[in-house]
Design a protein. Structure first.
Length: 229
């Protein structure tokens, strides 16, 4: 059974990733600062059965601390980060990416190092007209700061040889919100995925499906990719 260490398990994306992983029977270590932030169906500490056929262990940890990442990542097959800065410093996204890579890279021993899958941002995707999403967003300064920080984190990841740390980064489309789990989506790489009417969107539930599919298929090693309905 695949063992996943999940940072950011209490967020909007993280909770859906957690549920999707449990649904598919994985062993998930939910790494949180406050276990009380988990949904009631998966809250608590210690080993327990989740909402599907998988199991969950809830531990305290800090994605911004490479030593904490290493301590949690040891013994897992995949480390997933759905970390978001919330109302905090957007540059924590870059710190988190460096901490994840540094923590996993520091692991020794004979066992293979875990893969790393990071939830990125949409701002650095190219629109059909050519400019990046963030360049034409017209978004408030605080939102643009998060977009740029996601882009800086991706720039860092692209300097990491996949032979050293087996990483991939999944960017959402222009719009992502809780909704229906259909189990379907379309894939892209660095270009925004849009439908016939020019919309780029996905439910958070199907975004989680795509992320767990990547864990199963390992189709984008050393790459950023994106999805949309």
């Amino acid at each position: 059974m695949t063992k996943i260490a999940l940072f950011g398990a209490t967020g909007t994306v993280g909770t859906r990733v957690l549920r999707e992983a449990l649904r598919r029977g994985y062993e998930v270590t939910a790494v949180v600062r406050d276990p009380a932030g988990l949904p009631d169906t998966v809250s608590g500490t210690g080993s327990r059965t989740g909402t599907g056929t998988g199991t969950i262990v809830v531990v305290r940890g800090d994605v911004l601390d490479p030593a904490s990442v290493a301590a949690v990542a040891a013994g897992h097959d995949v480390v997933v980060s759905a970390f978001g800065p919330g109302l905090g410093d957007p540059t924590d996204l870059v710190t988190a990416a460096k901490s994840l890579i540094g923590g996993v890279r520091s692991l020794g021993g004979d066992a293979p190092a875990p893969r790393v899958v990071i939830v990125g941002g949409a701002g650095s995707l190219r629109t059909p007209g050519g400019p990046l999403v963030r360049d034409g967003a017209g978004a408030p300064a605080a939102v643009l700061a998060v977009m740029r920080a996601h882009g800086d984190a991706l720039d860092f990841l692209r300097t990491v040889p996949v032979e050293q740390v087996h990483w991939s980064c999944l960017s959402p489309p222009a719009q992502i919100a809780p909704g229906e789990r259909t189990g379907t989506y379309r894939l892209g790489l660095d270009d925004l995925v849009v439908d016939e009417e020019g919309r780029s969107r996905i439910s958070t539930e199907d975004f989680a499906v795509a992320l767990i599919d990547e864990i199963e298929r390992d189709a984008h090693a050393g790459r950023r990719f994106t999805v949309a309905h």
